[in-house]
Design a protein around this ligand. Structure first.
Ligand code: SAM
Length: 283
């Protein structure tokens, strides 16, 4: 469903309360991961680090009641948003009237075709993401990273730690390797539960992801990289010799620079790339 609201009237959204209002007394739905931002300082900080400019193609995932939507629209005059909860569509459109051109896609962001939306442009993707689907959503987004200029997300603090983690620690895993293959990861700031209504049970963090113009390592087949990484981390406590049995011999592990007795959490992106490239070779 598309819903377009256009208007040329300009007013400073951050200076009024419309974007923090609760239209229609909408009740927050847990199954949609709804924790709405109400902290004005956090909203301002988010807008500052995104630094939206007119002419840029911004896309917000999960606009909710519009806490960051309206300041973004005010800055860019044009914005696409993807919102699953249909009860929020009309209130969002009503709030946005007079602030710019808002296109609301009432769809599941997990199935959204960002490449089709981008056309010849590159997208800036933004979202205070529903935490219950954040990992699959990040994996979906990186498949569209060719058309994405950057991404700014609010996520559970632990998810940001996992994305930024380096080999050797408990946070390092499949998400770290695959996100870092596609993007530069910059954790920006932490946000406490009190900034949201209802308050989540976890701390949050805001992060910037910038897709590399060229990947940091050479991988001949990204699907193979994804497969090796998934398999290696399928049983974190086991050695590569065991988890990758059937995929790669001990000799091939060594040839790719990996100790067969090592665990996945010690293997760098470069080493995973070497393992994937070994798999891709003719056998
Ligand atoms: N951006 C708002 C804010 O900061 O207050 C709302 C953030 S809330 C954490 C997450 C939003 O994502 C909700 O509006 C929810 O309805 C929406 N959402 C949940 N699952 C979604 C999905 N699969 N696709 C698109 N939007 C989704």
């Amino acid at each position: 469903m598309h819903f377009k609201v256009e208007s040329a009237i300009n007013q400073s959204i951050l200076n009024n309360e419309r974007h923090l209002a609760n239209p229609l007394n909408h009740r927050a739905r847990k199954r949609f991961g709804q924790n709405f931002l109400h902290d004005r300082g956090v909203i301002q900080r988010i807008i500052q680090v995104i630094n939206p400019q007119p002419g840029q193609r911004l896309v917000e995932i999960g606009p909710g009641r519009g806490a960051i939507t309206l300041p973004l629209l005010e800055a860019c005059k044009r914005l696409d948003v993807i919102e699953l909860d249909r009860d929020l569509v009309q209130p969002l459109a009503d709030q946005a009237a007079g602030s710019g051109e808002l296109t609301i896609h009432q769809q599941d962001a997990l199935r959204f075709d960002f490449t089709a939306l981008a056309g010849n442009d590159r997208l800036r993707v933004i979202g205070n993401l529903p935490y219950n689907i954040s990992t699959p959503l990040l994996f979906h987004l990186v498949t569209h990273s060719d058309v994405i200029q950057d991404m700014h997300f609010m996520l559970q603090k632990e998810v940001v730690a996992r994305m930024a983690a380096q080999p050797g620690g408990g946070d390092y895993g499949r998400l770290s390797v695959m996100i870092q293959y596609h993007c530069k990861v910059e954790p920006l700031f932490r946000v406490g539960p009190g900034a949201f209504t209802p308050a989540p049970k976890v701390d949050s963090a805001f992060v910037r992801l910038t897709p590399w113009s060229a990947p940091p390592v050479t991988v001949t087949d990204v699907d193979r990289l994804a497969a090796v990484v998934r398999q290696a981390f399928s049983q974190r406590r086991k050695t590569l010799r065991n988890t990758l049995k059937g995929l790669l011999s001990e000799q091939e592990l060594r040839a790719a620079g990996c100790d067969p007795a090592a665990r996945a959490e010690t293997i760098s992106l470069e080493q995973f790339a070497a393992l994937a490239n070994t798999l891709t070779k003719d056998r």
